[in-house]
Design a protein around this ligand. Structure first.
Ligand code: ADE
Length: 244
């Protein structure tokens, strides 16, 4: 089966609403919803925010369910000017921007693993599912939703993502990330933790990130509302195309 994780309940609500034959397993203060989504066997869970929460969830998923892949879907802050709210980043290499065990290891290097980033699954199928969804986005969703968040011509980009246990909302922090990890397109708080656990257990993974803010002074949008409307509908639209 396929494991699907989101950091917020709101982000997977649309997927949960489309899940059939549901069985709920409760562990570690989380509910794992297994069932059938668009004719595929899946297990859905919301991890809560941050690297520890998402690593614990990923480990539990891998140990308790027979998974062939894991997909993480959620929101992220863009740190490159050409990205806009409503764009989608499909993760290529996942970095932990808050990891620094100098002088024992290089900055960002994961101790023992000898890697500064982990590679996501090869993504042509997910990229084309996302492109397909975005092309029909304005028919698929309520137009007021796009208007409210100023979404005009959403695009998909395959590129690097950096994760850390910090909500980024300053120009200084963006400048630091641009100089230290120049290939990074967006920041979030879980992807690289999911990546590390999946790497250690040899499970292919994908990270889908919908840009919700530009990691600057205006980053505190109404997350719950964005997650509930845009992010949740994107997750449903993208995964519908990917799973069938
Ligand atoms: N998730 C969404 N926006 C974010 C930001 N600005 N920083 C970290 N995680 C995020």
């Amino acid at each position: 089966m396929i494991g699907i994780i989101s950091a917020m309940q709101e982000e997977i609500q649309a997927l949960l609403d489309n899940l059939h034959n549901i069985t709920i397993t409760e562990k570690g203060k989380r509910k794992y919803y297994s069932g059938i989504l668009f004719n595929k066997e899946v297990v859905l869970v919301f991890s809560r925010w941050g690297k520890v929460a998402s690593a614990a969830t990923t480990t539990q998923l891998i140990n308790d369910f027979d998974l062939k892949e894991i997909i993480f879907t959620g929101v992220a802050g863009a740190i490159q000017p050409h990205l806009n709210i409503g764009d989608v980043v499909i993760g290529k290499n996942l970095y932990q921007h808050d990891l620094n065990a100098q002088p024992f290891y290089d900055k960002f290097e994961i101790p023992i693993l000898k890697k500064k980033y982990l590679k996501a699954k090869e993504h042509s199928q997910l990229l084309s599912s996302t492109t397909f969804f975005l092309n029909e986005y304005f028919e698929f969703i309520d137009k007021s939703e796009a208007q409210e968040f100023n979404i005009t011509h959403p695009k998909v980009i395959h590129g690097d993502i950096a994760s850390g246990d910090q909500f980024i909302s300053s120009k200084e922090k963006i400048a630091y990330l641009n100089s230290e990890l120049p290939s990074t397109l967006c920041v979030e708080m879980e992807g690289a933790a999911v990546a590390q656990v999946c790497y250690e257990y040899n499970v292919p993974f994908s990270i889908i990130r919908i840009i919700s803010d530009k990691a600057n002074d205006n980053a505190e949008i109404d997350f719950s509302r964005f997650a509930n409307t845009v992010a949740s509908n994107y997750a449903l639209g993208i995964l519908k195309n990917y799973l069938v």
